[in-house]
Design a protein around this ligand. Structure first.
Ligand SMILES: *[C@@H]1O[C@H](CO)[C@@H](O)[C@H](O)[C@H]1NC(C)=O
Ligand SMILES: *[C@@H]1O[C@H](CO)[C@@H](O)[C@H](O)[C@H]1NC(C)=O
Ligand SMILES: *[C@@H]1O[C@H](CO)[C@@H](O)[C@H](O)[C@H]1NC(C)=O
Ligand SMILES: *[C@@H]1O[C@H](CO)[C@@H](O)[C@H](O)[C@H]1NC(C)=O
Ligand SMILES: *[C@@H]1O[C@H](CO)[C@@H](O)[C@H](O)[C@H]1NC(C)=O
Ligand SMILES: *[C@@H]1O[C@H](CO)[C@@H](O)[C@H](O)[C@H]1NC(C)=O
Ligand SMILES: *[C@@H]1O[C@H](CO)[C@@H](O)[C@H](O)[C@H]1NC(C)=O
Ligand SMILES: *[C@@H]1O[C@H](CO)[C@@H](O)[C@H](O)[C@H]1NC(C)=O
Ligand SMILES: *[C@@H]1O[C@H](CO)[C@@H](O)[C@H](O)[C@H]1NC(C)=O
Length: 892
């Protein structure tokens, strides 16, 4: 082995002392200078022991106990305080690994993303190192592959775990204005278990690695202690950077014991690292740089080089060299001072280089030297979730205490219940699904700032308070608030949400009138508002909330859960109570159960009778006459000419039509007053959330059949008995009212049109009506579209459910389609009975029920001219009643 003479000047002393140093292994160094090495070891031990490693956090993932590493005296803690999500502990039986790599935290399928929350000091650089030491966690004898994410408030970064050897580690230098970094494991395949063995965080000093700006991090590719014989870290490096040893051809390891000042190097390379160097024997030294694989966003590649002259400085024997990367000279004339002080070079390249080389200048006497270097990728952040969205979700998380929502809402794997999308280089939240999570309290108003939301679902919680203000969510298509305890009125701005296609607010405690503009949108908007006791379609129909409905609900709640005599007693009490309410109501403003009809005057001006009398000169200019009324000419005070049509619906009398008793024009209210129908509507009877109504036995097929017959007869009268005929246009269960003895009467002529003999005029083009009952041939409304609606009513009576019911499974939502399917599949057989209300199914009924189903199916055939007329319908129902009576007789 060749010997080399090295001149070394002891620290802080100007006298030269010559030491002969073997240039090979550390063993030889220790062998040559035993006393010194021993002393150093002892001193280091003391330092390590007394300092509790301030700024160090060492997490032993999956470990059971807090421990101190006997080699470094670093304290390791278990991961319980840092884990967000639930994993399992696993042990690796490999006694050669350090103890913190003998356990791991494993996240088996189906966890797709699991995070650790690591505290940071804001705006101070940190070094973060992750360790992976795999066992055969999945039993497949293969090394798992998965992804990583690193997330702070200002930086999102990706990593991949693709092991070539075990144990493996990765290191980053990061800075954040926030006080936490999430380290998350992300599943790539179903078989692979996510796992991690250890996490180390080291607080650096401000000014170190200041190439890193906000929204940027460094990822380590290579860190080399040139000229060292072995790897080193803490306590050699007080920041616990891991320095690997290195040598290169044509260069020698040179090591000195005197101290090198590191103050001039911003990254503070440790003194022991600077005390070793590679010194070239020839003109050139070159170092290859690693290849990288990364899903990250890259700004640049950064090479830090650390130099110090550790041979004797001699001005007449200059050491001058230059640095080139991939054959391009980057730094000329590097000279080193003999001042025992470290120098640092920082080189940034936009593209990666394969190698760098140090080459002696032609006029230099001595070859190049290097003490250490580091090579990093400078990373840029991935796009963070739009701040307003992230903030609003943070409020939701806090309000509802959602523990598994951590770090960025959308990054890599969106939070449970969240769906995100990219919109012109921003990441926005598109859907929130917080259904059936037992949430209580109010919906926070911050939801209104998530302006790209398309769907919101809070279905099936226990949320209270008013309708949330979502007026700014113009993209909203679906809003599901059903099955909660929300109250207050339905806001008018809903009708301005142009994209809204589905609105479900069923089974809440909303009250007041549903805005007409919202109801007007029913052709483009599926809306379900059932099960809101105090909600109504028209002004005046609403039950005032002071009427004791709440108390009744409470009583009824008890009825549901109570049994036997107690339940029965309460039920009777409730019935008595209900009678009282009905008596208490003002007969002129009988809400809900009588039909108080206010013509649709909201958009137009209201006229007083006096005003009209003056305008029409006391109805003296009759300009036309229809079947049920007259048309008068008039002129208003502002000279506008008007036509006044007076419909005389009061002339229409039939035992199955609600009678118009008169009108009331009191103060601001113009009202038509109909007879009082104490039995409520068929709709309430069939579906009222209000149990009382259900209890009065509407479950009997016989009674339902009688109601159907009554309603059919009422409609028949309008179609056949009146000249000209009247098209009802809004036949539905809510418009079939019942008296105390279950006599049914058809109500609501609010939409009715009087058809004249003129063929064209009973083809009505401005289609109105109620979703679910509308003739699919909606371009014209005729008496046959009334028949269609009546067919739907028949199906409701038979099946005991609403025409459109989103609570049903997909294929059952649309009643007509659902029944039709069964009807089609096994024509005429009992298959169709599967759709029938279970309460009705008794052997005696079957013939009668099937005949009514057939009738209903006839009414809803697509081609209007194939539908029966109402007279035929009446006849068929009567026939069905006869079956019913026959079978009743036979059972006697
Ligand atoms: C480890 O120490 C931390 C505090 O430093 C403590 O919260 C945790 O419970 C300890 N773990 C065990 C298993 O003792
Ligand atoms: C045990 O761990 C050591 C180092 O930690 C590693 O070199 C070795 O390959 C491991 N042995 C097995 C069987 O995994
Ligand atoms: C994880 O993702 C898979 C499909 O990528 C999915 O089937 C599974 O339900 C997800 N797990 C969880 C907990 O969401
Ligand atoms: C500096 O180098 C010159 C030329 O090799 C030599 O003569 C001189 O002795 C050296 N000086 C010291 C202090 O080593
Ligand atoms: C390098 O140093 C030599 C000698 O001092 C000088 O001639 C040359 O111009 C320098 N080159 C650069 C690029 O500074
Ligand atoms: C909601 O609460 C009920 C009863 O308290 C419980 O059985 C159910 O598991 C809870 N559901 C969720 C999603 O927490
Ligand atoms: C629902 O919320 C109300 C308060 O708004 C609370 O009193 C009630 O206990 C909650 N019900 C359930 C089942 O959590
Ligand atoms: C709803 O929020 C919007 C802003 O998003 C605001 O302009 C409006 O006044 C709010 N409406 C109510 C009723 O609070
Ligand atoms: C429902 O709302 C009405 C007000 O419209 C209120 O009087 C009643 O207490 C509410 N009921 C419940 C159960 O919250």
């Amino acid at each position: 082995m060749r010997r080399k003479n090295v001149n070394i000047r002891p620290y802080g002393n100007s006298t030269n002392k010559q030491i002969t140093l073997e240039s090979a292994s550390i063993m030889q160094i220790i062998g040559n200078c035993k006393p010194v090495a021993l002393l150093i070891v002892v001193v280091m031990w003391c330092i390590a022991f007394t300092s509790a490693q301030p700024g160090f956090l060492s997490i032993d993932c999956g470990g059971l106990l807090n421990r101190t590493d006997p080699e470094t005296n670093i304290t390791w803690v278990t991961d319980d305080n840092y884990i967000r999500g639930s994993g399992i502990r696993e042990n690796i039986n490999n006694a050669t690994s350090p103890f913190y790599l003998q356990s791991a935290r494993v996240f088996p399928y189906p966890t797709n993303k699991s995070c650790f929350e690591i505290p940071l000091t804001p705006n101070i650089p940190h070094l973060l190192r992750l360790w992976f030491n795999a066992g055969n966690f999945n039993g497949l004898q293969q090394i798992p592959r998965f992804d990583l994410s690193y997330e702070t408030t200002d930086m999102l970064s990706m990593g991949q775990v693709r092991f070539e050897q075990m144990p493996a580690w990765g290191e980053r230098v990061l800075v954040s204005s926030g006080n936490v970094v999430y380290v998350c494991l992300i599943r790539k395949s179903d078989e692979d278990n996510l796992f991690i063995s250890a996490i180390e965080l080291r607080t650096l000093e401000k000014g170190m690695y200041d190439v890193v700006k906000p929204g940027q991090w460094l990822r380590l590719l290579l860190r080399t202690d040139a000229g060292a014989n072995s790897a080193s870290r803490y306590p050699n490096d007080r920041f616990d950077r891991q320095w690997n040893s290195s040598s290169t051809g044509g260069a020698e390891n040179v090591q000195v014991k005197y101290s090198i000042s590191i103050d001039n190097a911003k990254n503070l390379p440790p003194n022991p690292v600077m005390q070793t160097a590679l010194v070239s024997n020839s003109d050139i030294m070159s170092f290859s740089l690693p290849q990288y694989r990364t899903p990250e966003r890259i700004k640049s590649f950064v090479l830090f080089l650390y130099f110090a002259e550790i041979e004797t400085y001699n001005a007449s024997e200059p050491r001058i060299f230059h640095l080139s990367m991939n054959n391009v000279t980057r730094v000329h004339n590097i000279t080193l001072q003999g001042d025992f002080s470290a120098r640092e070079l920082e080189l940034e390249s936009e593209t990666p280089d394969n190698y760098f080389a140090l080459q002696k200048n032609s006029f230099s006497t001595r070859g190049p030297t290097i003490n250490a270097f580091e090579y990093y990728i400078l990373l840029l952040t991935h796009t963070l979730t739009f701040p307003a969205d992230a903030q609003a979700l943070a409020t939701l998380k806090q309000r509802f205490n959602i523990k598994d929502w951590v770090s960025d809402p959308c990054f890599v794997v969106a939070w449970d219940g969240i769906q995100c999308m990219n919109i012109s280089s921003t990441v926005r939240v598109a859907e929130i699904d917080l259904s059936r999570r037992n949430l209580t309290g109010t919906i926070p108003p911050s939801l209104g700032q998530m302006t790209e939301l398309v769907q919101i679902s809070f279905d099936g919680n226990n949320l209270s308070g008013a309708f949330p203000n979502l007026s700014s969510l113009t993209k909203l298509e679906r809003l599901y608030l059903q099955n909660n305890n929300l109250s207050g009125t339905i806001p008018d701005w809903l009708s301005e949400l142009e994209n809204l296609k589905e609105l479900d607010i069923a089974n809440n405690n909303f009250s007041g009138v549903i805005p007409q503009r919202l109801l007007d949108k029913q052709h483009s908007l599926k809306i379900n508002y059932s099960g809101n006791y105090y909600l109504c379609m028209r002004k005046g129909e609403c039950i005032p909330s002071s009427s004791g409905g709440y108390k009744l609900k409470v009583i009824l709640g008890v009825v549901v859960s109570g049994f036997g005599i107690i339940g029965l007693a309460i039920l009777i009490g409730a019935l008595i109570y209900r009678k009282k309410i009905f008596k208490r109501r003002n007969p002129n403003k009988i809400p809900n159960y009588s039909e108080v009809l206010v013509p649709s005057i909201s958009k137009s001006r209201a006229f007083s009778l006096d005003e009209i009398k003056i305008a029409t000169e006391d109805f003296s200019h009759n300009i036309g006459q229809g079947g049920f009324g007259f048309v008068f000419w008039g002129k208003l005070r502002d000279e506008k000419q008007i036509a006044v049509k007076i419909d005389l619906l009061s002339r229409v009398h039939h035992k199955n039509l609600v009678a118009l008793l008169g009108y009331c024009n009191e103060s601001r209210d113009l009202m038509l007053i109909y007879e009082y129908m104490p039995g409520s509507s068929l709709n309430h009877r069939l579906y009222g959330k209000f149990l009382l109504h259900n209890f009065v036995s509407l479950l009997e097929w016989k009674i339902r059949l009688k109601i159907a017959l009554d309603a059919a007869q009422g409609l028949e009268y309008l179609h056949v008995g009146c000249t000209p005929k009247i098209i009802h246009r809004d036949v539905k269960t809510a418009n079939i009212l019942l008296d105390a003895n279950f006599n049914a009467k058809l109500a609501d002529f609010g939409l009715s049109r009087v058809a004249t003999d003129d063929e064209a005029s009973h083809v009505v083009t401005d289609v109105k009506g109620t979703a679910g009952y509308l003739d699919p041939n909606t371009h014209m409304l005729t008496d046959k579209s009334d028949v269609y609606s009546f067919g739907v009513v028949l199906l409701e009576i038979i099946c005991g459910r609403r025409p459109v019911d989103f609570k049903q499974s997909e294929e059952k939502i649309d009643l007509v389609k659902w029944v039709a399917q069964h009807f089609e599949r096994v024509k005429d057989s009992e298959e169709v009975l599967k759709t029938v209300d279970k309460e009705l199914l008794e052997d005696d009924n079957l013939k009668s029920i099937i005949s009514v189903i057939k009738l209903a199916m006839k009414c809803i055939v697509e081609e209007p001219s194939c539908r029966p007329g109402m007279s035929e319908v009446v006849m068929e129902i009567k026939r069905a009643m006869k079956y019913e009576n026959d079978s009743a007789a036979s059972t006697l």
